[in-house]
Design a protein. Structure first.
Length: 146
């Protein structure tokens, strides 16, 4: 079914929801995982143009991805981590193509219409840009009650 799943993470408590779901899916399919986070702070957005070094935020993002990747590998999954910069929806869909992924998995916040209009929705953009299926899981902040 799925051989390689791109898991878009935002370095927030919402990541636990998609990781829980993807663990089960990857185990059933025998799929490998590519974890991606798109850094979008000021330094990340201007890294190339201004020839900047990684910001503290980007170093923390990289450490976060590497920690999660190591946890998944310890659990027996084939996993790798990718830290990207730029527009999240474009970077996620480009990474899926570049890495040969056949599914993109990501958590959604469950915003309502007005919040998505004001802030935009990365999940919605990915859904429109992607050439591969997109799995959206309604996320909850870790520790939040349903």
């Amino acid at each position: 079914m799925y051989q390689k799943v791109l898991v878009a993470l935002e370095h927030s408590p919402y990541d636990a929801s998609i990781l829980e779901h993807v663990r089960r899916l990857a185990k059933c399919c025998g799929a490998s995982l590519v974890l991606i986070h798109v850094a979008d702070g000021w330094a990340a957005r201007n890294l190339r143009q201004l020839d900047l070094r990684d910001s503290e935020e980007m170093r923390e993002d990289r450490a976060y991805l590497e920690r999660l990747c190591a946890e998944l590998q310890t659990e027996g999954f084939v996993a790798e981590a990718v830290l990207s910069i730029g527009d999240p929806s474009k970077e996620i869909t480009a990474a899926a193509a570049r890495e040969g992924c056949d599914l993109i998995a990501m958590a959604t916040h469950g915003h309502r219409f007005l919040a998505d209009v004001v802030r935009g929705s990365v999940a919605n953009e990915v859904r429109h840009l992607s050439k591969v299926p997109v799995l959206l899981v309604r996320g909850e902040k870790a520790g939040a009650k349903s």
